[in-house]
Design a protein around this ligand. Sequence first.
Ligand code: PLP
Length: 343
Amino acid sequence: MSSAELYINLANICSNWNALNRLSNGSAGAVVKANAYGLGIKEVGISLAKAGARDFFVAVAEEGMQLRQALGQGPKIYVFSGHMTGDTPLIKNFDLIPLINSAEQLLFHVENSSNQMIGIQLDTGMNRLGMECAEYEALKDIITQLNPELIMSHLACADETSNPMNERQLNYFNEITNNINCRKSLAATGGILLGKQYHFDMTRPGIGLYGGKPYSSSKNVVKLKLPVIQIRTVLAGETVGYSNTWTAKKTTKVATLNSGYADGIFRCMSNKAMLYYNEIPCSIIGRISMDLIGVDVSNCKEDPDSLWLLNDKQEIDDLAYDANSIGYEILTALGNRYNRIYI
Ligand SMILES: *Cc1c(COP(=O)(O)O)cnc(C)c1O
């Protein structure tokens, strides 16, 4: 058995959701797009529903279908990309709520499945997804008649607490949605931490559920253990890996581990990131290959049979730092070859 083991702590995901739900003025939904940030939409969805989550968010209708099949009827499932051509059967059969992003989508929805609930996504300045204010004003009567389940927008700079963009978007959102009687949502994880005025009726945490920044009090969710396949002694002057990017300065014990960039261990972490043997940090040496990495285990008392890339000492954001990236990217890149173990 040489495949790496990815431990996913569902109890900690639920505990993070509970904490963010308590922090929220209204209730917290749960964002489970991209296979629940790579951790398994089915397992994560079922656990969160048991913990009390009633509103789920996915990126596309196909993810909504998978989630509905796991959850059964009851919880609401919102689709960020709205109602696209080809989505109609999924929206109807799996009872999804498209978050309508444009006049075209609204028209398409009314023509194809007008008795299916909708939400509205507004663009309040990020210029990524959602109706422009003028478009919304022009359609307001129709939208009001359709009695939307939710009206939402998304903050562009919520992880920077003092960025004036946050307040600009907040004021804009308040202004536009002032006289519509429906549930409202503006805050993702970062927005929850900005304060109650950002919460409205529902918050939409994603990364905070999975142990990532900016929610620094989250519980760690993932641990990743990589098996050692071989250990050798490399003498001073010898090199390790493709292109000889690492040269031994002294006799070094090198372990070869069975994972690489095909598993989400980014090549730019070569000669940078650490793995752990109990408390002992061990450096990645040489280039990361597709399926293999070399690690200096000279400091370990005995020959390790596995090392940890993610654990309570090195969480997703610590590792992301070595890749000039963010915890979100580390999680969503976690490879399909890992043996996923839910605890
Ligand atoms: C991804 C996403 C979220 C969740 O964001 P986090 O930063 O992971 O909490 C919420 N709302 C929208 C529109 C998103 O795209």
